[in-house]
Design a protein around this ligand. Structure first.
Ligand SMILES: Nc1ncnc2c1ncn2[C@@H]1O[C@H](COP(=O)(O)OP(=O)(O)OP(=O)(O)O)[C@@H](O)[C@H]1O
Ligand SMILES: [Mg+2]
Length: 239
């Protein structure tokens, strides 16, 4: 089932148009990847989907309802939750407190303890460090905390912007292991990533963004050898 459908999105900053007619759909119980080089517009698209950046043109639907003009908090209330690039956890609050703050909606609050137990089961490192200040966690642990906090909001659509950025390969691997589990739990996961190969491997469907437009799309595995994808990543994929 289509959870999120974007049609012809245009958006940017001031006079600079970054997204130029982007159309994507994300299904429930599927991982949808947005891949592309630095500056392609991945984070801009994520901000638009979360409602943090307005569109100048285009339409966004959630489960068939128009949410194009809904502010971020109203989207969170409907289950659209962004885990932003750069993590943005509260450094002085404990792991536990950071997680609790993720339960922002009445529904999420009602099932808070249950969700907390699930998050701790998914990330044992966080459970061990529940009293530790968020700012003293390692980069990888902070990413787990940011992801855990996003899950505390009980999302239906989870937007992950570069969840492995700056992480050691072993930790990045952990994140790539967890994303399919979230899909299997029935979430619509939209992931923006630069790690092309690993992302395409876990993606059910992927869109290649280049200069703010979708230049290619298809099943994750089919895109691995797509010439457009190679071009969009020229000199950047590396491994
Ligand atoms: N707040 C802003 N003000 C002005 N321009 C911006 C702003 N944020 C992003 N841009 C520009 O928009 C374009 C797309 O940036 P965006 O962050 O969406 O790219 P990205 O695909 O997420 O790149 P990366 O892989 O480096 O995270 C870039 O040219 C960038 O300089
Ligand atoms: Mg980005």
């Amino acid at each position: 089932m289509t959870a999120l459908a974007a049609t012809g999105l245009h958006a940017g900053y001031g006079d600079i148009e970054v997204l130029r007619g982007v159309s994507i759909t994300a299904r429930t119980g599927a991982v949808t990847a947005i891949v592309g080089a630095n500056g392609a517009g991945k984070s801009t698209l994520m901000r638009v989907l979360a409602g943090l950046l307005p569109v100048s043109r285009g339409r966004l639907e959630l489960d068939g309802a128009d949410i194009t003009k809904l502010p971020p908090h109203a989207r969170v209330a409907r289950g659209v939750v962004l885990v932003p690039e750069g993590r943005l956890i509260f450094p002085d609050l404990s792991v536990h407190e950071n997680l609790i703050l993720g339960s922002v909606t009445p529904h999420a609050q009602g099932v808070r303890d249950e969700t907390l137990a699930q998050v701790y089961a998914m990330f044992p490192r966080l459970a061990e460090r529940r009293s530790q200040a968020g700012g003293t966690l390692s980069g990888g642990e902070q990413q787990m905390l940011a992801l855990g906090r996003g899950l505390m909001a009980r999302p239906g659509v989870l937007l992950l912007d570069e969840p492995t950025l700056g992480l050691a390969p072993a930790i990045a691997k952990d994140i790539f292991r967890i994303v399919p589990r979230l899909r299997d739990a029935g979430l619509a996961v939209i992931i923006a990533e630069q790690d092309l190969r690993r992302t395409l491997r876990i993606a059910d469907f992927a869109y290649v963004l280049e200069n703010g437009t979708v230049v290619s799309s298809g099943k994750g595995k089919d895109l691995e050898n797509d010439p457009d994808v190679q071009r969009a990543y020229l000199g950047l994929s590396g491994h």
